[in-house]
Design a protein around this ligand. Structure first.
Ligand code: WTA
Length: 659
């Protein structure tokens, strides 16, 4: 990581806003940005109240803005009522947007289907009526385990319409991860598909649900609703299973949205922390949608004519805020893509931008890095070979984007006429927090630049005091904001401990290291805890360690990250077996077994890139694993630190060999 930081901080290039994007931008010019920031600073309550009144439709208007009485369990607009689905769909009904395309869906094999806002409204209403007739209601929890599809959006919106709290589980997670989440939320409903299709291959989903339910503890599940994606084989449980099309069939095309308290939980989304199991991040109805909509307007400077494409999966927060909710609330036409960027070839993204005339494109640095590498070796699929002239804004999310990748994206995809928006945010923040704005911010490659109006980001030291420019520290948000995490589902103590440590004087601790430069720009340095970021996916080292030690052969395991040119970070696992140290072919074989095991326990994204065996782990005399040293060993660097406190220095040599 240190090389990355140095190269970032010597970055001196600055790209002023493109003059053609400034005049009619949602926030036009630096002065307008400052006016909004000052309004928010002078009277945060008045600012947020104005935003919430101007941007959301309320069934019961709120009088109260921020309720701090139970801080840090903040509540926003808590005496108001509204419905998220009504704010995404119904509000467009008697407007020209009703007949506008809401979603352009492209399947893995390139088939395109579209749905208008009116049709989407009807589909959501029919499915919601079906759910209602099955007895599902506000406050119940539903697991959604679906591939990227119009149906995934329908399922999420239908839940929101009834106040059913959804918890979407990424289709790449194993049955075990699915089980853990279903038990933790106390799900009464699961919505899944027979199979998902990626790179021309069908991968079963329904059978993973069957396995998860068979693990026990999910007896509260009353229905498993199955979207028929491929017609592939499924085992049918008459007691639980229903086809999604049967649930919707013959249902009325109107379903009254349930008025919900502003603080009613909209969804729970699991994400990794530094200790223990993934945490269920709970978001609230009004605050979340307000920020989803405002950031689509401000950051992406949304226009009625836009074709918006966020390439994330709905299994991650990016797919919640910038697929399932924000773009719909803004009335945009958006692309939803089932497949992967490399199938049938590495030009797939560029071809799709060209085909659908995408104007705003939002993806992850990992995709940019791997596609730039691929483009260099297969020139026929280089972005330069495609007509990308429809693009006006390109964005990045999920991990630090290194200046090289930034420049490649800016030059080859944006053709030096689209701003690269490096958006910093988290599952917990609900939406963008620190990001350039197309009509405002001079760009610096590798910096997420400045906080949005109303967001009080700062870099502080261990005592919670703000540090000066050029000094590293903890990234915090000093004042609450409407889209913030409300709690960790079922674990309020962990919520307080994870995000509001007492020394930080009430500020929200993001878990990232950062520093500001002389212009006040933020530069994110990566996580300060034991959370890895592999291809933009958050992964707790503890989770991978627990998975490894659950294997019959493994006595002990320690997992660290090391920098990787494509995936940002890669998982390196140091493993002590219960048997003698394996060598040669045998070591390779066991390493493969362990990798497959982790994929089965958590999901393929958690597979260690390298496994290193030793007779022991490097520990201090008091028995603490020296992760600091393991990180150095993982990078293949020589150890220059003092190892005199180490119980067993010879281990480091053994551990330098990778399998
Ligand atoms: C990292 C994804 C640098 C960061 C929306 C954060 C970033 C974690 C950026 C959240 C960025 C996200 N620059 N780092 N622009 N965006 N991160 O919860 O470490 O999946 O804490 O939310 O990703 O990941 P999460």
């Amino acid at each position: 990581m240190s090389e990355g930081i140095e190269s970032i901080l010597t970055e001196t290039r600055v790209f002023p806003p493109f003059p053609n994007l400034v005049p009619d931008a949602a926030i036009s010019g630096m002065d307008a940005y400052h006016v909004l920031c000052q309004e928010a600073e002078r009277s945060p309550d008045d600012f947020w109240a104005r935003m919430a009144r101007e941007n959301l439709n309320w069934t019961t208007p709120f009088a109260q803005v921020l309720d701090e009485s139970k801080a840090p369990f903040y509540r926003w607009f808590a005496d108001g009522e509204m419905n998220v689905s009504a704010n995404c769909l119904d509000k467009h009904l008697n407007t020209p947007t009703a007949d506008k395309t809401a979603i352009i869906f492209e399947s893995d094999d390139g088939q395109v289907s579209t749905i208008t806002y009116k049709q989407l409204y009807q589909r959501v209403c029919q499915f919601a009526n079906g759910l209602k007739s099955l007895g599902h209601k506000a406050g119940d929890r539903a697991i959604i385990y679906l591939p990227m599809s119009i149906e995934a959006v329908v399922a999420m919106q239908a839940c929101a319409r009834l106040g059913i709290i959804h918890s979407v589980v990424f289709g790449g997670f194993s049955s075990k991860s699915l089980h853990e989440r279903a038990v933790d939320v106390g799900a009464t409903l699961v919505i899944t598909a027979d199979e998902q299709v990626r790179s021309g291959k069908s991968i079963p989903l329904k059978s993973a649900v069957d396995e998860a339910l068979a693990m026990g503890g999910c007896e509260a599940v009353r229905h498993v609703i199955v979207y028929n994606r491929t017609g592939g084989p499924v085992e049918w449980n008459e007691r639980l299973d229903l086809w999604m099309h049967d649930v919707s069939a013959n249902q009325p095309e109107e379903c009254a949205p349930v008025p919900l308290n502003a603080e009613h939980p909209l969804f729970i989304l699991y994400t990794s922390g530094s200790t223990g199991k993934p945490k269920g991040v709970q978001h609230a109805t009004a605050g979340f949608l307000l920020w989803a909509l405002l950031t689509v307007k401000w950051t992406f400077d949304s226009k009625d004519t836009d074709v918006f494409w966020c390439t994330a999966d709905v299994g991650w927060v990016t797919g919640h805020t910038y697929i399932a909710y924000g773009p719909l609330a803004a009335g945009l036409t958006q692309v939803v893509f089932e497949g992967v960027p490399t199938y049938p070839n590495v030009g797939r993204f560029w071809e799709m931008i060209q085909r659908h005339k995408v104007t705003v494109f939002y993806t992850a640095p990992t995709a940019i890095r791997s596609l730039s590498k691929a483009a260099d070796s297969s020139l026929e699929f280089h972005p330069r070979e495609y007509d990308l002239s429809s693009l006006r804004i390109i964005g990045s999310v999920g991990e630090p984007i290194n200046p090289d990748a930034w420049m490649w994206y800016y030059t080859n995809v944006g053709r030096e006429r689209c701003p690269v928006l490096d958006t910093w945010w988290q599952t917990e923040t609900g939406g963008h927090m620190i990001t350039p704005l197309p009509g405002v911010t001079p760009l610096k490659p590798g910096s997420c630049t400045l906080p949005l109006p109303g967001i009080t980001a700062a870099v502080v030291d261990e005592a919670g005091d703000v540090v000066g420019p050029g000094k590293g520290g903890f990234l915090v948000i000093q004042r609450p904001w409407p889209a913030m995490i409300r709690t960790i589902w079922g674990d309020p103590d962990r919520f307080v401990k994870s995000y509001f440590p007492p020394e930080l004087k009430g500020a929200y601790l993001a878990g990232d290291g950062a520093q500001r430069d002389a212009d006040g720009y933020f530069w994110i340095m990566g996580r300060i805890d034991d959370v890895l970021n592999v291809s933009g996916h958050r992964l707790g080292t503890m989770e991978v360690e627990s998975a490894l030690v659950a294997h019959a052969l493994v006595a002990e395991a320690a997992v660290v990250g090391r920098p990787d040119a494509t995936t940002g970070e890669a998982v390196v696992a140091f493993v002590v077996l219960k048997r003698s140290l394996p060598e040669g072919e045998e070591a390779v074989m066991i390493a493969r077994q362990l990798r497959d095991w982790v994929a089965k326990e958590i999901g393929p994204i958690a597979k260690p890139k390298e496994i290193r065996f030793g007779e022991n782990l490097p520990k201090t005399r008091s028995g603490k694993i020296m992760r600091r040293l393991l990180r150095v060993v993982a990078k293949g660097e020589a150890i220059t630190q003092d190892v005199s406190t180490l119980e067993n220095p010879a281990i480091l040599d053994q551990m330098s060999q990778s399998h």
